[in-house]
Design a protein around this ligand. Structure first.
Ligand SMILES: Cc1ncc(COP(=O)(O)O)c(C=O)c1O
Length: 401
């Protein structure tokens, strides 16, 4: 064993994903026989629709089980291009699309491709936990800019302009947002696009929840804002959330061909292609019947309404009524300072631990997303479980002294 430090500096500071950790702890408690309600997971509770599974089985049976082109099979790239055209009127050439092993992988490939050491990446908070970690892992410097519940958790153009420096290489936008569920209007985005143009940086637009918007909300794809936005946007999406395909691991990025050539080269050296079988499944997801996806989105909205209604009626809980993704991000900080079993709840982590151990309800501490006043609850859980979990949370909060 070498005598130098065992881990690289980058690996030593990397935090494991807290959402995956909470899900693992919930699974562990379940394995011990506890009835745990899991609001922690960032994935649909629904099964992958049967026609998508059938496509994968057909791929296996036909022997579509070898390496494919690194950046994805042409059929799938064409289906992605057709979706972007049909949904948003966007035109991309084949070499402006790279398919990867999940949107997470697409994002990481991008950061490795565009970031030099200490290049800054602006990340609005609350943020998805993986953004700062991935940026840092790729050698960049995350620059966190706060948003507020009062402004609907939308990044303000003035705050963006103030945070930009000559070292700013990119902004990460996530609309709809994990963890707040917040969505942007076209006007909001247009103002951010003007700042991006004036200050000249990439916009990594993570639109993985684009199909999960409710109550008449209309999603605007960032590259549709202007010709300039089309050029500077690296649009990330995937099939995980819309089609209940988290385990299949297919995501993609569309955008600048030089950046994507580099992203494909990174991928080529690290993993080669995404799984051949999963690519065929994703092709069916994008080209086939869209009804199952629409039905799942409808179910999420019903749960969203119920969960929001219940949370806002709980003593000491405030909850922004977001209309996207499948998360609510209630502010529970008025309970901090209260006690249970001689212990004082001081943070979102303390409260999360209390809820998991005492109420057997898993949520994710907001501190992990850059706002310690809140906790994140996923409503990609059956209505029955949601009712049970919220009853337990209400009772547990009521026991705090
Ligand atoms: C905002 C956001 N982007 C990307 C991803 C990753 O999705 P995938 O399963 O395609 O890697 C997630 C998953 O939780 C997410 O919430």
């Amino acid at each position: 064993m070498p005598t130098q430090p065992v881990l690289s500096k980058r690996a030593a500071v990397l935090k494991p994903s807290p959402t995956l950790a909470i899900s693992a702890r919930a699974r562990e408690l379940r394995a011990q026989g506890h009835d745990v309600v899991n609001f922690g997971a960032g994935e649909p509770d629904f099964d992958t629709p049967p026609h998508i599974k059938d496509a994968a089985v057909a791929a296996i049976r036909s022997g579509f089980t070898k390496y494919t082109a690194v950046a994805g099979i042409d059929d799938l790239k064409d289906a992605i291009r057709a979706r972007l055209k049909a949904d948003y009127g966007l035109d991309y050439a084949r070499d402006e699309v790279v398919v990867s092993c999940g949107a997470k992988h697409s994002l990481y490939n991008l950061f490795v491709s565009v970031l030099d050491p200490d290049d800054e990446v602006i990340i609005p908070a609350p943020y998805w936990v993986s953004y700062p970690e991935m940026v840092a892992l790729a050698g960049g410097k995350p620059v966190i800019v706060n948003t507020s519940e009062e402004r609907g958790y939308r990044l303000s153009p003035d705050d963006l302009a103030a945070a930009a420096t000559p070292r700013t290489k990119a902004l990460i936008l996530n609309d709809p947002s994990n963890p707040t569920g917040a969505t942007y209007t076209r006007d909001d985005l247009a103002r951010l696009a003007e700042v991006a143009k004036a200050k000249d940086f990439w916009v990594v637009s993570d639109e993985i929840y684009d199909k999960l918007v409710y109550e008449g909300e209309v999603h605007t794809a960032f590259p549709t804002l202007s010709a300039d936005a089309r050029r500077r946007t690296l649009l990330v999406n995937g099939v995980s959330k819309t089609y209940a395909m988290t385990g299949w691991r297919i995501g993609y990025v569309a955008g600048d061909r030089d950046v994507l050539r580099a992203a494909a080269a990174v991928q080529g050296q690290v993993t080669s292609n995404p799984t051949s079988i999963a690519q065929k499944a994703a092709l069916e997801a994008l080209k086939g019947d869209q009804k199952p996806a629409a039905e799942m989105a409808g179910a999420f909205n019903e749960r969203r309404r119920y969960m929001h209604g219940r949370l806002t009626k709980m003593a000491g809980v405030r909850c922004y009524e977001s209309r996207g993704a499948f998360y609510l991000f209630p502010n529970v900080s008025s309970h901090y300072g209260r006690k249970v079993n001689g212990q004082t709840i001081k943070s979102s982590t303390d409260l999360t631990r209390y809820l998991l151990d005492e109420a057997k309800v898993a949520v994710v501490p907001g501190g992990e997303f850059g706002d310690d006043r809140c906790i994140r609850l996923s409503y990609a859980v059956s209505l029955e479980e949601i009712k049970k979990g919220l009853d337990r949370i209400e009772a547990s909060l009521g026991r705090l002294k």
